[in-house]
Design a protein around this ligand. Structure first.
Ligand SMILES: Cc1cc2nc3c(=O)[nH]c(=O)nc-3n(C[C@H](O)[C@H](O)[C@H](O)COP(=O)(O)O)c2cc1C
Length: 207
């Protein structure tokens, strides 16, 4: 029932949703591209608002414009970073015949966690996650809310029992982070570990 990473991850579907924590998502995108992975990026309307509010970053409403902007920012080739809009049902992650090797929703709003747990597949992010679950591909959610209600916890428990990795953005302090970037990297390092992608973001425990 659990889906450990049993194959090398080359292609990752990455979704930004409207929870606080877009810096985690952007840093993860940067690290995936630096690691030479192919990224299929999806983002919700609420993520655009959060991006502006938290990072003063404009994620263009049009996926093609967003792709141009992010490729320039991270010096990524067109084939390496593709961006899909919420109704692009012909995009690869919409189908079980061509899913990514893994999917990460970072940050994940409580709304999208609920929709994934309910299997609504109402837009491409929800559908891509639903596909990962049905195809038994690794799915990592980075849910952000505090405090958590029983509804939030029940949704996450339901998904965890299906093998979804629930990875809260909860940086440890034992590495003595000096900057916000250090705290962001702590969380991104844990996500990359789950994906089986090598990184040197911080020393490991005991090193
Ligand atoms: C600046 C900002 C911060 C937010 N932070 C959170 C949050 O941390 N967790 C959460 O579940 N929702 C948060 N929300 C609310 C979600 O954006 C809202 O529920 C939205 O409908 C989620 O839609 P999505 O899942 O399609 O992105 C925040 C909204 C804004 C504008």
């Amino acid at each position: 029932m659990l889906y450990p990473i049993s194959r090398p991850v080359h292609t990752v579907t990455l979704a930004f949703t409207g929870a606080s924590g877009l810096p985690y998502g952007m840093r993860l995108l940067e690290c995936l591209l630096k690691a030479d992975k192919t990224v299929w990026l999806l983002y919700s309307q609420a993520a655009q608002i959060v991006a502006k509010q938290e990072m003063n970053l404009t994620l263009p409403a049009q996926a093609a414009q967003c792709a141009d902007m992010l490729r320039a920012r991270f010096q990524a080739a067109p084939h390496q970073l593709q961006v899909f809009g919420k109704d692009e049902w012909f995009a690869p992650p919409a189908s079980g015949s061509n899913p990514a090797d893994a999917m990460v929703v970072c940050p994940a709003s409580m709304g999208v966690v609920a929709s994934i747990a309910a299997g609504t597949s109402d837009h491409l992010i929800e559908r891509a996650a639903d596909v990962c679950i049905k195809e038994q591909r690794p799915l990592i959610l980075v849910p952000r809310e505090t405090p958590l209600s029983a509804i939030h916890l029940e949704n996450m428990l339901k998904l965890a029992r299906l093998g979804v990795c629930i990875l809260p953005p909860a940086p440890g302090f034992y590495q003595h982070p000096a900057t916000v970037d250090d705290m962001v990297d702590f969380v991104v390092a844990r996500i990359l570990d789950q994906l089986g992608i090598a990184h040197q973001l911080m020393p490991r425990w005991g090193e």
